[in-house]
Every structure is written in C-alpha cells, then in structure tokens.
Design a binder for this molecule. Structure first.
Ligand code: ADP
Ligand code: MG
Length: 463
C-alpha cells in the first residue's frame, strides 16, 4: 500500500463518539440527527482537536454554527485533553450508511401482534402498511400474494410457503411487516412471529448453549404464521439450516402459514441443502423485479404527500425517477435529503437545486461500474496483478486489496454476494461477506484503508 502513516483511532475515543451520537440523537430527534450529525465521520484526534470529515461545505457550516459547541463539550466531559472540534470537508467521504453513527431506520414500535414470544420476534415498523405500499408491474404479484396470506386465515396450500424474493431495497421487508400489521388489526388472535434469519440463528445457537432447545422449538411450533426475513443468511450455516428445516416441516405439516424473504429465488440459494430449497419452493414463489419508471414516480408522489406540505413540481419528480434507478430505499433517501435541505435553506426545489444537492447520488446512478472494472482499477492502484484478484494467497499485500475490491463491488454494483464471489475465482459468498465486514470495520479504524477506498472511488467516478 502507499506510504501513509497509520493512525489508528484510539478505541476509547471511538467509544465516546458512539455514546455521544446516541445522546445527540436523543437531544435532536431522529430526523435532525439523520440530516446532519450522521454525516460526520470521526477521523482522528489531533492534539486537543477532535477531527471529523463531512461530505459538503453546506453540512459543515450548518453543523459548525449549530452543534459544534455541544459536541466539543460532550467530548471534553469524557476526555479532559480534548477541547475543540474541527470539521474537514471531503467530498469523497463515504456515504453515511457504513458509519456507526447513522441508521436509516425511523423509530420502531414494538407491535402488539407479536404476542407469541416477544423475545423471539423482531419489532415491526408501523409505517410499513399495505396502504403505504405502492403497487406496480414489478411488485404486483408479491403484493397480491402477501395480501392474500394476510387476509385469509385459512391456509391455502398453493400459497404456503409464500416465498418473496428480489434485490435489496425493493420492499420485501415492507410487505412482511404489512402482513403482521394487518393481522394485528384484523385477526388479533392469530399468532405471528416475524424475525430475520440472522436472529433465528442467533436464538438457536443461544438456546443450544443454554440447554434450552426445547423451549426454542416450542415457541416456534405454537405459532400460526411464521415469517423469516433474509433467509439467504443461513446458506452455509448447516446446523441452523437443519433446525430451520425441522421448524418449517413441523409448521407446514400442521397447516400453518410460512412467509420467507430472500435476495434470491429458492433454486439460486447456493449453500442451501437441496431438500430445504425444494421445500421452500413448494408454495407461491413471488419475485419483486427492479422498479420501473412509473413505479418510481408513483412512489415519490406518495411519499411527498406524506412527508411534506410543500408541493414538488412534476418535472423534479420526473427527473428523480429517471435518475435514481437503483432501489426504493435510495429513492426515499434522496427525497428526504432534498426536502431537508430545501427546508433549511428556504430554497425552492428546482431541477438545478436537485442536481446540486444530490450530485453524488446521481453520479453513482448514472454510472454503473462493473466488477471487472473495479478489479482492474484496484489492482492498478495497489500495483498488483489482475491474477492476484483471483488467487488464494493470504499474503496481506494481496489479500487486503482483494478485500477492498470485493467491498467496492458490493457497494457500487447491484451484483449479489455469490455473483461477486464467482468473479473472484469462485470464492464462496461468505468470503465476500467477510471482506465487506472487514473493510467496513477498517474504514472506521484504519486511516490507510479509508484513504485508499476513497481514492479508488474517486478514480472509478472519473473513469
Ligand atoms: P428490502 O427488504 O427488499 O431490502 P425494504 O422493504 O426494506 O426492502 O424497502 C426499503 C424501503 O423502501 C422501505 O422504506 C420501504 O418502505 C420502501 N419501499 C419499497 N418498496 C416500496 C413500495 N412499493 N411502495 C412504497 N415504499 C416502498
Ligand atoms: Mg429487508
């Protein structure tokens, strides 16, 4: 790697920043927090200064005049050697999604419907109703099937299991929550459990450790409707799969409803046992395809009417629907950012203004880079060979760039983890997950990695 001295952020400072962000989120409220503080990236301690980076001058100025003193004070209370805060503008600062200080989630309410065993269920976001789900060609089948399952207490075998699949941010979780909310309001006696496959695994492993497996099994078998989100997570997790398979069979045999979501169709779930794949595909398999222009425009119109009184011109809606094609989550994020900025600057939302506020996002949507291009750019940047991208060498000088390339492929392309793995000489998707986790962590801890990733992104953007 290049010759840059590594200044690791002392963990104590980092932990303090974590604490401080939690305090600020409470003090300022979720939406203010997300609009401003979440853009701050903790870079380093420089003498008595806490140094942050943020992606624009506008954000820097706003934070400086409103929140800087408070942040400095909170640091000083924890570390008497720190007195002041400095913010540096770095247009290439990563989007705040990988930062510990931001979550995109709105306040989540524990739903009453989850009355089987609240320790097992995950919370339901009460905004995710059927009414708020905008239907278009790409998601019509999934929507109808989800609604059918929610409305019909009697289980119909053609719909069991209901398997929803599609790329990230296209509404799978929204539909599952909508089912739970509908049942809470209309069939309160029906027992529902909703949880992510990751949480399923976690609970399973914990119950094994605590010799509590009978309880674990029973709490699932009493349920009327079981929903497992992101089932791809347990691919390659053999014992969890085994337990899940038993749970699934027990419930299906007892004619209970199952709803599953995944980023792939059952047959594409590599690392999943054949018999489980086949059982998952028994009922209704509904695909959510990439959004169409019409759906994007309708979603924007629906969200605008909910979040603001101000009207936004059709030409701006048209512009956004053309430009932000990646997924609904990003589209929503863009709209929220636009509205927050215009409210604070008192500017009308014109196309020019939109281009200005969302320039980075629009650029990255305009240009979809390929895995091969990323590999080439990363190899060149680090002065290694293209063949090193697919070698199995664990030497740091090759392995780290390879992990960075995998991370960038996940972030900048719409390829799935397995697809990325294949392009790196058939590496397993868990290798890709590991790389993404590792680099996400290093971005916060290792200035060298942080700099490399940002420089490479810059090269990709100007390529
Ligand atoms: P997934 O689980 O498929 O990754 P989510 O269900 O979390 O995606 O959706 C991401 C965001 O986009 C959520 O805020 C959700 O409300 C919103 N969203 C997705 N599809 C739609 C839709 N058709 N109508 C309205 N909002 C949607
Ligand atoms: Mg989801």
């Amino acid at each position: 790697m290049r010759n840059i001295t590594i200044r690791k952020i002392d963990k104590a400072y980092y932990d303090s920043w974590r604490e401080i962000t939690a305090i600020l989120r409470k003090e300022l409220g979720d939406s203010v927090f997300r609009s401003w503080i979440s853009h701050l990236i903790f870079k380093k301690i420089d003498g008595s200064d806490v140094v942050f980076e943020c992606p624009s001058r506008f954000i820097k100025e706003w934070i400086s005049s409103n929140y800087l003193k408070r942040i400095a004070k909170l640091f000083n209370q924890r570390h008497s050697n720190l007195y002041s805060v400095e913010i540096i503008v770095n247009k290439l600062a990563p989007k705040n999604t990988s930062q510990i200080n931001s979550t995109d989630s709105a306040p989540i309410e524990q739903s009453k419907v989850l009355n089987v065993n609240s320790k097992i269920s995950s919370p339901i976001d009460t905004r995710f109703t059927f009414d708020d789900f905008v239907v278009g060609d790409s998601n019509k089948l999934a929507y109808k099937a989800a609604k059918f399952v929610a409305e019909n207490e009697e289980v119909v075998s053609g719909y069991n299991p209901l398997f929803l699949h599609g790329g990230v941010g296209l509404g799978k979780t929204h539909l599952m929550h909508a089912i739970a909310l509908y049942i809470r309001d209309n069939q309160p006696d029906r027992k529902v459990i909703y949880l992510s496959a990751e949480k399923f695994m976690y609970q399973f492993v914990r119950s094994l450790r605590n010799n509590d497996i009978m309880n674990f099994k029973e709490s699932f078998r009493e349920v009327d409707l079981l929903m497992i989100d992101d089932v791809q997570f347990i691919c390659d997790k053999e014992s969890t799969q085994e337990e899940f398979f038993h749970t699934l069979n027990a419930l299906l045999d007892a004619n209970k409803q199952i709803v599953i979501s995944s980023d792939k169709s059952p047959s594409e779930l590599s690392g999943m046992k054949e018999r489980l794949k086949s059982r998952l595909g028994w009922g209704m398999v509904a695909d959510i395809a990439q959004t169409t222009y019409d759906l994007r425009a309708n979603i924007l119109k629906s969200k605008i009417s909910k979040v603001t009184d101000a009207s936004i011109e059709n030409s701006v809606i048209d512009f956004l629907s053309h430009k932000i094609k990646s997924n609904v989550r990003e589209l929503e994020g863009a709209l929220n950012k636009l509205i927050a900025h215009s409210a604070l600057t008192n500017k009308t939302i014109t196309i020019e203004y939109t281009k200005d506020v969302l320039s980075d996002l629009i650029k990255s949507n305009d240009k979809r880079v390929t895995i091969l291009e990323i590999q080439k750019i990363v190899a060149k940047y680090f002065g290694i060979k293209m063949s090193d991208m697919s070698s199995s060498s664990r030497s740091r000088s090759v392995a780290r760039p390879r992990q960075i390339a995998m991370y960038l492929c996940k972030e900048l392309t719409v390829r799935s983890l397995s697809e990325i793995g294949i392009k790196f000489a058939k590496k397993d998707h868990t290798t890709v997950i590991h790389a993404v986790k590792k680099i996400t962590q290093l971005l916060d801890e290792d200035v060298e990695v942080y700099q490399a990733v940002n420089e490479i992104k810059d090269i990709i953007n100007h390529n």
